[in-house]
Design a protein around this ligand. Structure first.
Ligand code: CAA
Length: 260
Protein backbone atom coordinates (compact mmCIF):
# COMPACT_ATOMS: atom_id res chain seq x y z
CA UNK A 1 0.00 0.00 0.00
CA UNK A 2 1.86 3.11 -1.21
CA UNK A 3 0.80 6.19 -3.14
CA UNK A 4 2.03 9.51 -4.46
CA UNK A 5 3.06 11.10 -1.14
CA UNK A 6 3.09 8.07 1.13
CA UNK A 7 4.99 4.88 1.66
CA UNK A 8 3.51 2.15 3.82
CA UNK A 9 5.96 -0.60 4.81
CA UNK A 10 4.99 -3.61 6.85
CA UNK A 11 7.20 -5.63 9.15
CA UNK A 12 5.22 -8.30 11.00
CA UNK A 13 2.49 -6.61 13.03
CA UNK A 14 3.98 -3.10 12.60
CA UNK A 15 3.26 -0.76 9.69
CA UNK A 16 5.47 2.26 9.07
CA UNK A 17 3.75 5.15 7.28
CA UNK A 18 6.26 7.59 5.76
CA UNK A 19 5.10 10.95 4.43
CA UNK A 20 7.32 11.23 1.39
CA UNK A 21 7.53 14.74 0.01
CA UNK A 22 10.94 15.85 1.31
CA UNK A 23 11.40 18.61 -1.29
CA UNK A 24 8.51 20.47 0.46
CA UNK A 25 9.58 19.29 3.93
CA UNK A 26 6.65 16.82 3.78
CA UNK A 27 4.09 19.66 3.87
CA UNK A 28 0.54 18.28 3.76
CA UNK A 29 -1.56 19.34 0.82
CA UNK A 30 -5.16 18.21 0.30
CA UNK A 31 -4.05 15.14 -1.62
CA UNK A 32 -1.66 14.04 1.14
CA UNK A 33 -4.38 14.50 3.81
CA UNK A 34 -6.73 12.32 1.73
CA UNK A 35 -4.01 9.69 1.14
CA UNK A 36 -3.21 9.56 4.84
CA UNK A 37 -6.92 9.16 5.60
CA UNK A 38 -7.19 6.19 3.22
CA UNK A 39 -3.99 4.59 4.53
CA UNK A 40 -5.08 4.84 8.18
CA UNK A 41 -8.58 3.56 7.36
CA UNK A 42 -6.98 0.50 5.74
CA UNK A 43 -4.55 -0.02 8.64
CA UNK A 44 -7.42 0.29 11.11
CA UNK A 45 -9.31 -2.53 9.34
CA UNK A 46 -6.23 -4.77 9.06
CA UNK A 47 -6.21 -7.21 12.00
CA UNK A 48 -2.65 -8.29 11.17
CA UNK A 49 -1.38 -4.78 11.97
CA UNK A 50 -1.36 -3.98 15.69
CA UNK A 51 0.87 -0.88 15.87
CA UNK A 52 1.75 1.92 13.45
CA UNK A 53 4.82 4.17 13.15
CA UNK A 54 4.33 7.56 11.51
CA UNK A 55 7.33 9.46 10.18
CA UNK A 56 8.53 11.87 7.47
CA UNK A 57 11.04 11.24 4.68
CA UNK A 58 14.38 13.04 4.55
CA UNK A 59 16.71 14.47 7.16
CA UNK A 60 15.01 17.78 7.84
CA UNK A 61 11.37 17.32 8.63
CA UNK A 62 8.64 15.20 10.14
CA UNK A 63 6.04 17.50 8.52
CA UNK A 64 6.51 21.30 8.15
CA UNK A 65 2.76 21.98 8.22
CA UNK A 66 -0.17 22.31 5.92
CA UNK A 67 0.84 23.34 2.40
CA UNK A 68 0.94 27.14 2.58
CA UNK A 69 0.53 27.53 -1.19
CA UNK A 70 -2.95 25.94 -0.88
CA UNK A 71 -3.89 27.97 2.20
CA UNK A 72 -3.21 31.20 0.34
CA UNK A 73 -6.03 30.35 -2.13
CA UNK A 74 -8.82 29.54 0.34
CA UNK A 75 -11.94 31.62 1.10
CA UNK A 76 -13.74 31.27 4.47
CA UNK A 77 -16.06 28.32 3.59
CA UNK A 78 -13.23 26.57 1.74
CA UNK A 79 -10.87 27.03 4.70
CA UNK A 80 -13.49 25.68 7.11
CA UNK A 81 -13.92 22.56 4.94
CA UNK A 82 -10.13 22.26 4.71
CA UNK A 83 -9.80 22.37 8.53
CA UNK A 84 -12.65 19.87 8.95
CA UNK A 85 -10.92 17.45 6.57
CA UNK A 86 -7.62 17.77 8.48
CA UNK A 87 -9.41 17.37 11.81
CA UNK A 88 -11.15 14.26 10.46
CA UNK A 89 -7.77 12.72 9.65
CA UNK A 90 -6.44 13.53 13.14
CA UNK A 91 -9.58 12.02 14.72
CA UNK A 92 -9.16 8.81 12.72
CA UNK A 93 -5.52 8.47 13.86
CA UNK A 94 -6.38 9.22 17.49
CA UNK A 95 -9.25 6.72 17.38
CA UNK A 96 -7.56 3.99 15.34
CA UNK A 97 -7.86 1.49 18.20
CA UNK A 98 -4.15 0.65 17.93
CA UNK A 99 -1.11 2.63 19.05
CA UNK A 100 0.41 5.08 16.57
CA UNK A 101 3.93 6.23 17.45
CA UNK A 102 5.35 9.39 15.84
CA UNK A 103 9.07 9.43 14.97
CA UNK A 104 9.84 13.16 14.72
CA UNK A 105 13.19 13.51 13.00
CA UNK A 106 13.12 17.27 12.30
CA UNK A 107 10.56 20.04 11.90
CA UNK A 108 7.06 19.27 13.23
CA UNK A 109 5.31 22.56 12.57
CA UNK A 110 1.69 23.63 12.26
CA UNK A 111 -0.34 20.79 10.75
CA UNK A 112 2.78 18.61 11.25
CA UNK A 113 2.74 19.09 15.01
CA UNK A 114 -1.04 18.64 14.96
CA UNK A 115 -0.50 15.31 13.19
CA UNK A 116 2.00 14.28 15.88
CA UNK A 117 -0.43 15.39 18.60
CA UNK A 118 -3.03 12.96 17.24
CA UNK A 119 -0.56 10.08 17.71
CA UNK A 120 -0.49 7.94 20.84
CA UNK A 121 3.19 8.56 21.67
CA UNK A 122 5.80 10.96 20.27
CA UNK A 123 9.57 10.35 20.21
CA UNK A 124 11.90 12.96 18.71
CA UNK A 125 15.41 13.36 17.37
CA UNK A 126 17.65 15.78 19.27
CA UNK A 127 17.52 18.13 16.24
CA UNK A 128 13.70 18.27 16.10
CA UNK A 129 11.86 21.58 16.27
CA UNK A 130 8.22 21.57 17.29
CA UNK A 131 5.84 24.47 17.00
CA UNK A 132 2.54 25.99 15.95
CA UNK A 133 3.76 28.95 13.86
CA UNK A 134 0.38 29.68 12.20
CA UNK A 135 0.04 33.12 13.83
CA UNK A 136 3.26 34.12 11.99
CA UNK A 137 1.14 33.71 8.83
CA UNK A 138 -1.83 35.59 10.27
CA UNK A 139 -3.63 32.26 10.82
CA UNK A 140 -4.45 29.97 13.72
CA UNK A 141 -3.94 26.21 13.92
CA UNK A 142 -6.79 24.41 12.15
CA UNK A 143 -6.09 20.69 12.52
CA UNK A 144 -6.81 20.44 16.27
CA UNK A 145 -3.74 22.17 17.71
CA UNK A 146 -5.64 24.74 19.79
CA UNK A 147 -7.38 21.88 21.60
CA UNK A 148 -4.91 18.98 21.81
CA UNK A 149 -1.81 21.03 22.71
CA UNK A 150 -3.26 22.65 25.89
CA UNK A 151 -4.61 19.26 27.00
CA UNK A 152 -1.10 17.81 26.67
CA UNK A 153 1.22 20.58 27.92
CA UNK A 154 -1.17 22.91 29.79
CA UNK A 155 -2.85 26.11 28.70
CA UNK A 156 0.02 28.51 29.52
CA UNK A 157 2.66 26.64 27.55
CA UNK A 158 0.23 26.00 24.68
CA UNK A 159 -0.70 29.68 24.46
CA UNK A 160 2.98 30.66 24.57
CA UNK A 161 3.59 28.38 21.58
CA UNK A 162 0.44 29.41 19.67
CA UNK A 163 0.61 33.17 20.27
CA UNK A 164 4.42 33.42 20.13
CA UNK A 165 4.72 31.20 17.05
CA UNK A 166 8.27 30.19 18.00
CA UNK A 167 9.16 26.49 17.76
CA UNK A 168 10.74 24.75 20.75
CA UNK A 169 13.63 22.28 20.66
CA UNK A 170 13.46 18.58 21.50
CA UNK A 171 14.80 18.95 25.06
CA UNK A 172 12.21 21.57 25.94
CA UNK A 173 9.50 19.44 24.31
CA UNK A 174 10.66 16.55 26.50
CA UNK A 175 10.56 18.68 29.65
CA UNK A 176 7.03 19.83 28.73
CA UNK A 177 5.78 16.30 28.05
CA UNK A 178 5.15 17.06 24.38
CA UNK A 179 7.47 14.18 23.48
CA UNK A 180 8.41 11.34 25.81
CA UNK A 181 11.86 10.44 24.50
CA UNK A 182 14.70 12.21 22.66
CA UNK A 183 17.24 10.16 20.71
CA UNK A 184 20.09 10.76 18.24
CA UNK A 185 18.50 11.13 14.79
CA UNK A 186 20.26 8.11 13.32
CA UNK A 187 18.78 5.88 16.05
CA UNK A 188 15.28 7.32 16.12
CA UNK A 189 13.38 5.31 13.51
CA UNK A 190 14.82 1.93 14.54
CA UNK A 191 14.09 2.69 18.19
CA UNK A 192 10.50 3.75 17.45
CA UNK A 193 9.93 0.66 15.29
CA UNK A 194 11.33 -1.59 18.05
CA UNK A 195 9.04 0.10 20.58
CA UNK A 196 6.05 -0.34 18.25
CA UNK A 197 6.92 -4.04 17.82
CA UNK A 198 6.90 -4.43 21.61
CA UNK A 199 3.47 -2.79 21.80
CA UNK A 200 2.22 -5.03 18.98
CA UNK A 201 3.20 -8.14 20.95
CA UNK A 202 1.05 -7.09 23.92
CA UNK A 203 -2.66 -7.86 24.17
CA UNK A 204 -4.35 -5.99 21.32
CA UNK A 205 -7.60 -6.23 23.27
CA UNK A 206 -6.10 -4.59 26.37
CA UNK A 207 -4.39 -1.87 24.33
CA UNK A 208 -7.62 -1.11 22.46
CA UNK A 209 -9.55 -0.78 25.73
CA UNK A 210 -6.85 1.38 27.33
CA UNK A 211 -6.76 3.69 24.28
CA UNK A 212 -10.55 4.02 24.41
CA UNK A 213 -10.62 4.67 28.16
CA UNK A 214 -7.98 7.42 27.94
CA UNK A 215 -9.19 8.88 24.62
CA UNK A 216 -12.97 8.93 25.16
CA UNK A 217 -12.68 9.38 28.92
CA UNK A 218 -10.73 12.62 28.59
CA UNK A 219 -13.76 14.23 26.87
CA UNK A 220 -16.17 13.27 29.70
CA UNK A 221 -16.96 14.32 33.23
CA UNK A 222 -15.02 12.39 35.87
CA UNK A 223 -18.14 10.42 36.88
CA UNK A 224 -18.95 9.42 33.28
CA UNK A 225 -15.33 8.53 32.53
CA UNK A 226 -15.22 6.28 35.64
CA UNK A 227 -18.33 4.46 34.38
CA UNK A 228 -16.65 4.10 30.96
CA UNK A 229 -13.49 2.71 32.59
CA UNK A 230 -15.50 0.21 34.65
CA UNK A 231 -17.44 -0.94 31.56
CA UNK A 232 -14.22 -1.35 29.55
CA UNK A 233 -12.57 -3.13 32.48
CA UNK A 234 -15.52 -5.55 32.47
CA UNK A 235 -15.31 -6.31 28.75
CA UNK A 236 -11.52 -6.62 28.84
CA UNK A 237 -11.54 -8.81 31.94
CA UNK A 238 -13.88 -11.27 30.18
CA UNK A 239 -11.62 -11.47 27.08
CA UNK A 240 -9.58 -14.46 25.95
CA UNK A 241 -6.42 -12.34 26.33
CA UNK A 242 -7.19 -11.62 29.99
CA UNK A 243 -7.79 -15.33 30.64
CA UNK A 244 -4.48 -16.15 28.96
CA UNK A 245 -2.55 -13.30 30.64
CA UNK A 246 -3.70 -14.18 34.16
CA UNK A 247 -3.22 -17.94 33.59
CA UNK A 248 0.29 -17.35 32.22
CA UNK A 249 1.16 -15.30 35.31
CA UNK A 250 -0.08 -18.05 37.62
CA UNK A 251 1.83 -20.70 35.63
CA UNK A 252 4.99 -18.49 35.60
CA UNK A 253 5.24 -18.46 31.78
CA UNK A 254 5.02 -15.83 29.02
CA UNK A 255 1.50 -15.09 27.79
CA UNK A 256 0.56 -15.86 24.19
CA UNK A 257 -2.01 -13.27 23.30
CA UNK A 258 -4.48 -13.72 20.45
CA UNK A 259 -5.61 -10.09 20.61
CA UNK A 260 -9.26 -10.76 21.45
N1 CAA B 1 4.00 24.56 2.86
C1 CAA B 1 4.49 24.61 1.61
N2 CAA B 1 5.80 24.55 1.32
C2 CAA B 1 6.66 24.44 2.35
C3 CAA B 1 6.22 24.41 3.68
C4 CAA B 1 4.82 24.46 3.93
N3 CAA B 1 4.30 24.39 5.16
N4 CAA B 1 7.31 24.31 4.48
C5 CAA B 1 8.37 24.29 3.66
N5 CAA B 1 7.99 24.37 2.38
C6 CAA B 1 8.84 24.37 1.19
C7 CAA B 1 9.55 25.71 1.03
O1 CAA B 1 8.69 26.66 0.42
C8 CAA B 1 10.71 25.31 0.17
O2 CAA B 1 10.25 25.17 -1.16
P1 CAA B 1 11.18 25.74 -2.39
O3 CAA B 1 12.43 24.88 -2.33
O4 CAA B 1 10.33 25.50 -3.58
O5 CAA B 1 11.46 27.17 -2.05
C9 CAA B 1 11.05 23.90 0.67
O6 CAA B 1 9.88 23.44 1.34
C10 CAA B 1 12.20 23.88 1.65
O7 CAA B 1 11.91 24.80 2.69
P2 CAA B 1 12.86 26.03 3.09
O8 CAA B 1 13.73 26.41 1.96
O9 CAA B 1 12.00 27.10 3.68
O10 CAA B 1 13.77 25.34 4.22
P3 CAA B 1 14.50 26.06 5.43
O11 CAA B 1 15.39 25.02 6.04
O12 CAA B 1 15.10 27.33 5.01
O13 CAA B 1 13.32 26.41 6.47
C11 CAA B 1 11.33 25.96 7.76
C12 CAA B 1 12.60 25.38 7.09
C13 CAA B 1 11.73 26.86 8.93
C14 CAA B 1 10.54 24.77 8.29
C15 CAA B 1 10.53 26.77 6.73
O14 CAA B 1 10.36 25.99 5.56
C16 CAA B 1 9.15 27.19 7.21
O15 CAA B 1 9.04 28.08 8.02
N6 CAA B 1 8.10 26.48 6.70
C17 CAA B 1 6.73 26.82 7.02
C18 CAA B 1 6.33 26.31 8.40
C19 CAA B 1 4.92 26.75 8.73
O16 CAA B 1 4.61 27.92 8.81
N7 CAA B 1 4.03 25.75 8.96
C20 CAA B 1 2.65 26.00 9.29
C21 CAA B 1 1.82 25.94 8.03
S1 CAA B 1 0.17 26.50 8.28
C22 CAA B 1 -0.65 25.17 8.96
O17 CAA B 1 -0.08 24.11 9.18
C23 CAA B 1 -2.10 25.41 9.24
C24 CAA B 1 -2.81 24.36 9.99
O18 CAA B 1 -2.78 24.25 11.21
C25 CAA B 1 -3.65 23.41 9.30
Amino acid sequence: MSSQFLRVDRDGAVATVTIDRPERLNALDTGAVAELGRAFAELGRDDEIRAVVLTGAGEKAFVAGADISELAELDAPGAERYAAAGQGLMWSIENLGKPVVAAIGGYALGGGLELALACTVRWAAAEAKLGLPETNLGLIPGFGGTQRLPRLVGRGRALEMILGGKPIGADEALAWGLVTRVLPREELLDAVQAFAAKLAARSGMALRSALKAVGEGSNMTLDASMRLEAALFGVTCASADAAEGCQAFLEKRDAEFRHR
